[in-house]
Design a protein around this ligand. Structure first.
Ligand code: NAD
Length: 481
């Protein structure tokens, strides 16, 4: 019985490396029945702003397994990233990127590097919600949810346990983003208690990444929000010797997608120079996922042996270490010629049906916390760069309201009632109004306030409600407040 999989050849080096990878998989005896779909540049340019046609979704939802080559997202407005769309539409919340060194066969400054990055795949700044709010200021919303954090953190601990990993490190920037990244860190600490057998620590992402770059042996599995994971995994893959050798799995409850972590490499496209290893390694992960671990083991060991034998594509080739510089097709043939062999210096791998690389646990919702409306941040476009003038005019405008003006910030820094003349101000002001009647606020109170502000001639850009959850403020203070 062959397992149906959906295959996309992609753009740039995509078709070359996909041909090579499928050739290796088939030669190794993979029982797969590829259904080819077209995605990427040609589809974008035919007018589909998402880079995928409706029929392609049918195949993905039917096979639930996607083997994907990289694709180009055309530059410019109007085109949404297909990678992000596919990951989010199909609920592929966990992006698993194993990166390891293959010294002395692939040159790296870090021979002891062996790290798996587990990147949250659906949230964070990749929600893709952006606005121009005033002449000068643009925003991108960072959304972090409790289900998102719980699912990815649990995935990381489960991955560690199932794969004999000893430690999980969480990277976040919760010293600055105390609520969004703070939630990620908090959930990591909470769920970590269920895995006492696994060592765990938390790093502020900037120093964490710096330590990864200098002392990678301190790290084992790293779980981190979307943007940090995107950046970190390219850095770590490149540290192993080439961005071209790491594969990745994008996993969710229903569907899984497997791809190399690199892009379409337009500089070498069509020249038979690309290293197909990243996609071959993604294929290995796919075979384990669809229950063909023996074939995955054969391919992975043959690949390790090929690397050991010094048969390298241009990105890995080094005089004195490599024995043969090969193109994409010949590299695939070299792997095929070594099927059934094991590496002699590097440790051979052995996948088993008993060990799932990843198990998903459905999110169990918690009872909602009681909340109370206590105020509102009103964002105003105000050309005169004078906080005192804005404060004075706003106070006059809202006389008689259930809320009073408590502070004004500009790009987050308090500029009223007490500011510094040195603070640079744009045309974008956050004006915080708090209830002062002693009774809970209602939506009608906010509408009445906005009416007064708008009637006084102010340009309201947007509002953010201020709530207490469980009796505690659930909004950030102004910087300097
Ligand atoms: P890239 O990964 O395509 O290339 C970066 C560098 O690495 C280039 O010098 C390239 O030649 C080299 N490289 C990459 N893969 C290689 C391989 N397999 N063998 C040998 N060398 C390799 O990154 P980029 O240049 O930033 O992006 C190019 C395009 O790829 C962009 O359109 C981007 O949107 C797209 N992209 C797609 C995906 C995806 O589909 N998953 C991921 C990243 C980038």
């Amino acid at each position: 019985m062959k397992t149906p999989i959906t295959v996309a050849y992609g753009d740039g080096i995509g078709p070359e490396i996909m041909n090579a990878a499928l050739h290796v998989l088939t030669a190794a005896g993979a029982q797969i029945a590829p259904e080819v779909i077209e995605i990427g540049e040609a589809v974008y340019l035919r007018g589909h702003s998402a880079g995928i046609e409706p029929g392609a979704w049918d195949s993905l939802r039917r096979t639930k397994v996607f083997f994907k080559a990289p694709i180009t997202t055309p530059q410019g407005g109007g085109f949404k990233s297909l990678n992000v769309t596919v990951r989010k539409t199909l609920g592929l919340y966990a992006n698993i990127r194993p990166c390891r060194a293959y010294m002395p066969f692939v040159h790296t400054h870090h021979p002891d590097l062996d790290i798996v990055i587990i990147r949250e795949n659906e949230e964070d700044l990749y929600a893709g919600i952006e606005h121009r709010q005033s002449d000068e200021v643009y925003q991108c919303l960072k959304l972090i949810s409790r289900p998102g954090c719980e699912r990815i953190v649990r995935a990381a601990f489960e991955y560690a346990r199932a794969n004999g990993r000893k430690k999980v490190s969480c990277f976040s920037k919760d010293n600055i983003m105390k609520m969004t990244d703070g939630l990620f860190h908090k959930v990591f600490d909470e769920i970590g208690q269920e895995y006492p057998d696994i060592e765990q620590d938390h790093w502020i992402v900037d120093i964490g990444m710096a330590r990864v770059a200098t002392q990678p042996a301190r790290f084992d599995v790293i779980v981190t929000p979307n943007l940090y994971g995107d950046i970190l995994s390219d850095i770590v893959a490149e540290m192993t010797g080439s961005v071209g050798i790491a594969g990745s799995a994008n996993l969710g409850e229903h569907v899984a997608m497997f791809e190399a972590i690199h892009g379409t490499a337009p500089d070498i496209a069509g020249q038979d120079k690309a290293n197909p290893s990243g996609l071959i390694m993604a294929g290995v992960m796919m075979l384990v996922h669809i229950g063909q671990p023996e074939v995955a083991t054969r391919i992975h060991n043959a690949w390790l042996r090929t690397i050991e034998d010094g048969i390298h594509t241009a990105d890995l080739y080094r005089e004195g270490v490599s024995t043969q510089r090969v193109g994409t097709c010949d590299f695939a043939e070299a792997v095929i010629a070594r099927l059934g062999q094991e590496p002699q210096t590097l440790a051979p791998v052995s996948y088993s049906t008993d060990v799932k690389p990843f198990t998903t646990a459905p999110y169990v919702p918690r009872p909602s916390a009681p909340r109370e409306l206590v105020g509102v941040d009103v964002f105003i476009d105000f050309e005169p760069r004078q906080a005192a003038l804005l404060g004075e005019q706003l106070q006059k405008a809202v006389v008689g309201s259930a809320l009073t003006l408590s502070m004004i910030t500009n790009r987050g820094v308090v500029v009223w009632p007490h500011g510094f003349p040195e603070t640079f101000c744009t045309d974008h002001w956050r004006c915080r109004f708090m209830g002062d009647t002693g009774r809970p606020l209602t939506g009608q109170d906010l509408i009445a306030l906005l009416n007064q502000v708008v009637n006084a001639g102010f340009e309201v850009i947007k509002t953010e409600n201020l709530y207490n959850f469980d009796g505690k403020p659930a909004y950030s203070l102004g910087q300097g407040q």
